[in-house]
Design a protein around this ligand. Structure first.
Ligand code: G6P
Length: 345
């Protein structure tokens, strides 16, 4: 087993380190599906169904497509899909690393039965969802051993960015290159001060706006899965609608704050949290003095486009979760009560 871990202490860490290659590979695979991109480009609406980490990746696709193409994208938890309508003119994408998640499979079957064109995005060739969908895009992340999904999430994000590039007929070479580099750099960034703030926490909030809201949801999911510390991802603007009542020195927040849409609102949200005693871990640009001013710890990411930013922030959050769980002595690759694939509804 030590050999299979390739010198890493855990499969999770090994898989985190594979993500630069995985992104590039999965991006190219998805981009080559030009017919599928064309189908999405001409769709009246797109509906995405998934569970867990795959759901968080799907939420990102919504932000990307609505911004770049204007096509409305609905993203639903597969387990809730049976209670919702299934318009025939929507193209439905089912996203599942394993391709075997029962809720995703039944949601996909419901969509297919309603006459919707269906697409599966999965990491496992020949898996059940590939047989239920009209067409399949493989993410090609390779086998993922750690229960907590890392590289398979990055592969899904890459697949979505690849599809989007096909939908918008964009130039692609710079995407692969900038994202790969952002991941490599973020693998080496020091996160130890952030980990010191997380280890004693009772709850950790992850906050972001826009594309960093789904990224925050995924960061929180990683933390709770492997460290067993309660963590919640929140849209930064919503923190005042409830979580304010919980904020204290025991509830640090990991906040993504990058120049662009919502930057000033985000800084305002951080000041409000700080005033309520929350230790703040900012993830942003290294030369952002305003962010450094309001946060206790500031973790820099390399400057880049939105995809590179998403990838870099994701890697930083995965590593904060990993090292927090390590400091707490958790069974990182096999967290209690969790399964890699859930085949019951
Ligand atoms: C389980 C796994 C998660 C995963 C979810 C959905 O809960 O522990 O890591 O995100 O299932 O799995 P899927 O294979 O459909 O992506």
């Amino acid at each position: 087993e030590a050999a299979r871990k390739g010198g890493f202490a855990h499969f999770m860490l090994k898989e985190i380190f594979e993500q630069s290659d995985v992104f590039q590979q999965s991006f190219r695979l998805a981009f080559s599906h030009l017919e599928t991109s064309a189908l999405l480009r001409h769709a009246h609406g797109i509906s995405v169904i998934a569970c867990g980490t795959s759901y968080n990746a799907s939420l990102l696709f919504r932000y990307f497509v609505e911004k770049e193409c204007g096509t409305p994208v609905r993203v639903d938890l597969a387990s809730e899909y049976r209670y919702l309508s299934t318009p025939e003119d929507e193209v439905v994408i089912a996203v599942s690393q394993s391709g075997e998640t029962a809720d995703t499979l039944s949601a996909l079957k419901k969509a297919a039965a309603s006459g919707c064109p269906t697409i599966a995005i999965t990491n496992v060739q020949g898996s059940s969802i590939t047989r239920a969908a009209d067409r399949t895009i493989y993410t090609g992340a390779g086998p993922e051993i750690s229960v907590a999904a890392t590289k398979s999430y990055m592969a899904q994000v890459a697949a979505f960015v690849g599809l989007l590039a096909g939908m918008t007929c964009s130039e692609t070479s710079f995407v692969e290159c900038s994202v790969g580099q952002a991941i490599e750099e973020s693998l080496l960034t020091d996160v130890s001060e952030a980990v010191s703030l997380c280890v004693p926490a009772s709850t950790i909030f992850y906050v972001g706006r826009g594309i960093f809201y789904p990224v925050a949801l995924e960061g929180a999911l990683k933390m709770k899965e492997i460290s067993y510390i309660h963590a919640e991802g929140y849209a930064a603007g919503e923190i005042k609608h409830g979580p304010f009542a919980l904020l204290s020195e025991m509830t640090p927040a990991v906040a993504v704050c990058l120049p662009g849409d919502g930057y000033h609102s985000m800084l305002g949200n951080l000041r409000e949290m700080k005033a309520r005693g929350t230790p703040l871990i900012g993830i942003g640009y290294g030369d952002d003095i305003d962010l450094q001013d309001v946060t206790d710890v500031c973790i820099p990411i390399p400057k880049g486009d939105e995809y590179a930013q998403v990838a870099a922030v994701t890697v930083i959050m995965q590593r904060i979760a990993y090292y927090t769980a390590l400091a707490l002595g958790r069974d990182i690759d096999k967290p209690r009560n969790l399964a890699k694939s859930v085949t019951v509804e």
